[in-house]
Design a protein around this ligand. Structure first.
Ligand code: PHE
Length: 508
């Protein structure tokens, strides 16, 4: 009998009395397990082997699980610190106990959310108690972590931990289950007969090559059959990042709505970032609040002198009869200081002033999808750098309805039909409002943007005579609405969830 080489190798390695796993056969034949699986399927089809399948479930601790196995669960550390502080007799101040426990960052929340559930004590109005009868050495989760640490990829049946505890650990992300199909192979009687009679190796070809085609050899060779059921190696190829996909899509939508793209410096003078926006120089955002200052170089070389003069006058005296200005100090050196832009509205001031591409005639529409930088505290909805979808429309007689209509049209392109508006304040717009969208899985309202109609005090010095409505929307927040991500840090930064980025579906 003639068979392809891999099948012959598998038959010779398998046995009639003992079932051998595909992995064992792969080791014995020195073939990759996928190849062995393919050969086994074909041999099964012609009745030369019998295959038994079973699904094995193995479990292993995640990195976080290993960490707690080494250093105790956060709630146990909190309990011990609370006992130490005398929480078994009187409630003690929570801040003190957390400080003494050494718990930091997300571990504090983890400890708090498991503390009462496990009966370690009560947390109420900033105070914590420790139940003297609680016993951390009887903590089922802690004991399970200890049992499981070191037992990597253990079969579920082999570990001495009850199913509820395993489930709880899995829910907390401390444990992962993996299912795999194990196939075991035995030779059939027919195979034994064939082996005794002697097997020959048939040359089969796995791939059509240009050489086979041009030489005409393809007519004589035997092709290996495809087996679409054989397990293949997992292939994790490159993928366009979720945010990149979003940003491309946003640009397409805005271009489709008649907008042109703006471009400009990430590090810019405060003049363009703030002063041109009628932001007073003593505004908290401009002193310490959330600014990344540049040290080297620290100041911009050039600013258009006549514009500087007009902006200064607007700040000091206001524009027109009804406007007062700030009557506050205004210092050109302060305006020349360089910083990473805290919003991309600096691009809008540069374009509106005529500085970038000359004077712009109405009607005009411009946008950018670019990075902005803020010294915020990192959390589920804030990053230190993020993308803003900046935009503005210049035309005669614009109203709030035009602005709302533009957002409705824009967000509808992403399947978001329920945006909500809330009145707001910006020094540079009047009226102003913030935009909110509903998170598709948590149902929470999240802020997705800020907008308004630019004030006279801003537009007049820039030399703009008609109305301009404008906005800054958050690309990451839009991505949270379209992908269902619940934490912005899953999308980018050092904590990004690779699994999520590989598989997330961007819906629009
Ligand atoms: N610059 C504002 C922000 O970062 C957004 C905005 C731009 C608001 C233009 C109104 C007009 O929040």
């Amino acid at each position: 009998m003639q068979l392809p080489a891999q099948q012959v190798a598998v038959l010779e390695a398998a046995s009639a009395d003992e079932a051998e796993s595909v992995d064992a056969l792969a080791a014995a034949t020195d073939l990759p397990p996928e190849t062995v699986t393919g050969a086994v399927f074909e041999l099964e089809e012609v009745g030369l082997v019998a295959v038994a399948e079973r699904v094995d479930e193995t479990i292993a601790l995640t990195d976080e699980g290993v960490e707690y196995a080494d250093e105790q669960l956060p709630e146990v550390r909190l309990y011990e610190a609370a006992l130490e502080a005398g929480g078994d007799s009187d409630p003690v101040q929570m801040g003190r106990v957390i400080g003494a426990s050494g718990l930091e960052g997300p571990q504090v929340d983890i400890a708090l959310s498991n503390y009462a559930r496990k009966g370690y004590g009560v947390i109420d109005s900033g105070e914590i108690t420790a139940d003297p009868d609680a016993d951390p050495s009887a903590d089922a989760e802690a004991n399970a972590l200890e049992t499981l640490s070191g037992a990597d990829d253990a079969a579920v049946e082999s570990v001495d931990v009850d199913a509820d505890t395993l489930e709880e650990l899995e829910r907390r992300g401390l444990l992962e289950r993996t299912e795999s199909t194990v196939r075991e192979v035995t030779l059939t009687e027919r195979a034994v007969t064939e082996l005794m009679a002697g097997l020959e190796t048939a040359e089969t070809v796995g791939q059509v090559t240009p050489e086979l085609l041009t030489s005409g050899e393809w007519e004589d060779v035997e092709f290996a059959e495809y087996n679409v059921e054989a397990d293949a190696e997992t292939f994790e190829g490159g993928n366009v990042h979720v945010l990149r996909q979003m940003s491309e899509r946003v640009k397409d939508v805005l271009v489709g709505m008649g907008f042109q793209e703006m471009d400009g410096p990430h590090a810019d003078a405060d003049f363009w970032i703030n002063d041109c926006l009628f932001m007073p120089q003593d505004h908290p955002a401009r002193t310490h609040w959330d600014r990344f200052a540049l040290e080297q170089p620290s100041h911009i070389d050039e600013l258009p002198e006549d514009l500087v003069e007009r902006v200064e006058r607007a700040h000091r005296e206001g524009i027109g009869e009804d406007s007062e200005g700030y009557h506050s100090p205004w210092d050109e050196d302060f305006a020349r200081a360089l910083a990473l832009r805290g919003h991309t509205t600096s691009l809008s001031t540069r374009y509106l002033s005529g500085e970038e591409i000359g004077e712009i005639e109405p009607p005009a529409r411009y946008f950018s999808v670019e990075k902005a930088y803020r010294n915020d505290t990192l959390d589920a909805t804030h990053l230190l750098e993020f993308y803003q979808i900046e935009g503005w429309v210049m035309a005669e007689d614009l109203s709030v309805r035009d602005l709302m209509g533009t957002f409705e049209e824009f967000y509808a392109q992403f399947g978001i039909e329920d945006i909500q508006f809330k009145p707001h304040y910006n020094p540079y717009t009047e009226p102003s409002f913030e935009l909110f969208g509903t998170h598709p899985t948590t149902g929470e309202l999240i802020e997705i943007g800020n907008s308004g109609i630019f004030r006279e005090e801003m537009l007049d010095p820039l030399g703009v005579e008609c109305d301009v409505m404008a906005w800054g929307l958050a690309l990451e927040r839009l991505a949270m609405l379209t992908t269902g991500a619940e934490d912005i840090r899953d999308l980018h930064g050092t904590l990004a969830d690779l699994e999520f980025l590989r598989n997330a579906e961007v819906t629009y």
